[in-house]
Design a protein around this ligand. Sequence first.
Ligand code: NAI
Ligand code: CS2
Length: 500
Amino acid sequence: MKLNRVNLEHVTASSLPNQNNLNAKVGIVHLGFGAFHRAHQALITDVAMKEFGGDWKIVGVNNWRAAGKPESETGVEQEFSSQDNLYTVAVGQDEQVNLEVIGAVEEVLFSNQVEKILGYMTSEAVKIVSLTITEKGYCHLPSTGHLDINHPLIQHDLQHIDQPHSAIGFLVSAIKTRKENGITPFTPLTCDNLPENGHVLKSVVLDFAQQLDPELAVWIKENINFPCSMVDRIVPQTTQGDINKISNQLGVEDGCCVTTEPFLQWVIEDKFNNDRPAWEKTSIANIMLTDDVIPFENMKLRLLNGTHSSIAYLGYLAGYQTVSETMSDPTFSAFIRYLMDKEISPSVDVKGIDLEAYKDQLIARYQNTALQHRTWQIAMDGSQKLPQRFLQTIGYGLTHGINVSGLILAVAAWTKYVSGVDEQGITIDVRDPLKATFSDIWLKHGESTSDIVSAFLSLDSVFSAELASNSTFKAQLIDALNQLIEHGSKQSVQQFIQTV
Ligand code: NAI
Ligand code: CS2
């Protein structure tokens, strides 16, 4: 028996949809309808409709083609329609799991259904187009924040703006049509883990529009706000084991479920072009509107995502499969807390947050055994993640005389991880837009650590010119990589924590 509207009466869950959200009309299109959106913004919007009404149903769009997956291996689009677009969020804390059935979704589309997607995005009813398309979805250069004009998806869309493949192409195509039809712009709302994510989105949209039609670029700059937002909820990729366990507890089968933690946070810049749901007025805590998101972003991207990626690379190389498994090793948990306290906190300046309590909570969140968050998943797309997770903090530390050798060890672990071979000589399934480049570097320079480091530092889409030319950073990175190659991750972390 599958989850659907008829079978809702057979369902065992702590919360179910009501007539407010089941009968609401579409108000949001979300590009990147992945696990995170389903456990965060869609759930919050669901509660806002249940508590206050409003037409905020979501049309989700998955773009697996842009994600590099074969179209045969698409996501959950068909599954959703077979479940009347209902799904379950399993909120777990160690052994305790609460199920929430969500009724906020109108339908889920695949990105080749262009006419249907643009039909929604250009309709007056749609007031928000939000995004969680992963860092690589912006087709930008992480070191500059500008559009990579030579990106194949961008090149395609500049020639076929009515048949876009990229998220940026969809946005500009819809903005252009709404302008021509005199329809109030929607708010493009990015919820990706990028520093100043709204400014990055604005930058790549303007760069694209400038190539397509300079007058349109001027109009967008003068008429459309791109709010920044900081988002936080740990949502691992759903496994078949999750589906079996959740369906069993639910009493009906749900192939679209996601698992997550109790914690969530959303800090949104209050700069909308159109209406929005009353997210911050819901019974859900930790949701706020502000005029300055950046301090909150810095805090989260550096303290959470910076240590998350440290766990991913050093933990994976040490043989740990998940975050909670890595953190069950006292040496690693001491190392992670040291990074937070001594290397990252000095560069975090956010008002109104008890940073010690925030870090205590982070450690507890990482130790939550209900989440089987794989180090391999977090290790993905490091070339897109390193600048905001490690490199900006390292740059701050080098400028302010702070010892950042722990973070530099994590960068070294990343260069080793992307070699594609682990400490036992077993192949690593590296997922990164620059995967081929990394293999070439190791093939060409594998005999010399110094040459490997020089080749990595020459990647200007990852390392800023300032950092790449910093001799202290380069020397420390060479030492750290030598250490990892000679002693392995576990022993390197052990030796590190014994000397600090
Ligand atoms: P996911 O793999 O479940 O979904 C990724 C979504 O992005 C899919 O809809 C896919 O079609 C789309 N996508 C991938 N590459 C794309 C591209 N090049 N162009 C356009 N669309 C593309 O991943 P998940 O867990 O939903 O995370 C997505 C993003 O959400 C992350 O990259 C991050 O920025 C943000 N996020 C994730 C959190 C988590 O714990 N999973 C927490 C906080 C933020
Ligand atoms: C993770 C993030 O996969 C990753 O890169 O570090 O998705 C992390 O789970 C979220 O940012 C937590 O809010």
